[in-house]
Ligand binder design. Structure first.
Ligand code: DC
Length: 251
């Protein structure tokens, strides 16, 4: 599908600014399921627009990693809530990307394992965890100088329901599993495509079925099926949509 064929975004000019004029931020919400390519797309969109980038999934991953280090079960909501309150995360720009630190440990690679993928989905279902980590996500976005791109599951519905621009990226599970598989291959991790598909589907179920802020498109989000699109087409479309509503188009 060519980019021109994609339905144009509903414009929401009134929503561009979500706080008082002194501290206005332009928020772009990019939600969607595991393996849809949100992270890479959101990072690049933020780079092109000169916005901050907040990878909210990485924050849940950090908590799952830290819980494992401290031998706290991923099922223990109250203990995880306390752990989240005391966790120090830093995103440090590095070599065109960013590295993630938890309490001074570089966990950039450690939080990307298949085990932590599953664990992050489990820890994210606890209300005690979400309360703390959603506040952190809002704080990180509000530290941006002009605007921020946040990617996750509930950015458009819960974290920033007044975001200026909202996307919900989708792709068929088989396509997402193949993208994840290729990513792992590129990192030298061997895995079976069938296992990855199974994990992607299990995570979809867990992320959509949880009682608190389940993954779903916001009513005013553009649901964007990327199954047949290249990454640069996805990025191009989102950047063009944001530029249509951002009063400061280049930074
Ligand atoms: O986007 P990701 O695969 O890195 O996210 C890891 C897990 O974190 C995901 O399975 C569910 C959870 N998550 C969430 O509940 N809310 C978000 N905004 C982002 C991620």
């Amino acid at each position: 599908m060519a980019i021109q064929e994609i339905e144009p975004l509903k414009l929401r000019r009134k929503r561009c600014w979500r706080v008082d004029k002194k501290d206005k931020k332009f928020i772009v919400a990019m939600d969607g399921p595991a393996g849809v390519g949100k992270s890479t797309a959101a990072r690049r969109v933020a780079e092109i627009l000169g916005y901050a980038f907040v990878d909210t999934g990485a924050i849940y991953r950090c908590l799952a990693w830290l819980a494992e280090e401290k031998h706290i079960p991923w099922t223990d909501g109250p203990a995880l809530g306390t752990l989240a309150q005391n966790m120090h995360i830093a995103f440090v720009p590095h070599d065109g990307g960013q590295r993630v630190f938890v309490d001074d440990y570089d966990v950039t690679d450690a939080i990307r394992t298949r085990e932590i993928s599953q664990g992050s989905s489990t820890v994210s279902a606890h209300p005690q965890v979400r309360e703390v980590l959603i506040a952190l996500q809002r704080k990180l976005a509000m530290e941006a100088s002009h605007g921020a791109v946040l990617e996750g599951r509930d950015i458009g519905t819960v974290v920033f329901p007044d975001a200026a621009v909202k996307f919900f990226l989708t792709a068929q599970p088989e396509v997402r599993a193949k993208r994840r598989y290729d990513e792992l291959q590129a990192r030298g991790v061997s895995a079976s495509l069938d296992d990855i598909l199974h994990e992607v589907q299990a995570r979809d179920l867990q992320d959509t079925a949880r009682a608190i802020s389940p993954m779903r498109p916001a009513d005013d989000a553009e649901v964007f099926d990327t199954s047949a699109l290249r990454l640069d087409e996805v990025i191009g479309h989102i950047v063009a949509c944001v530029r249509r509503v951002d009063p400061i188009p280049s930074h």
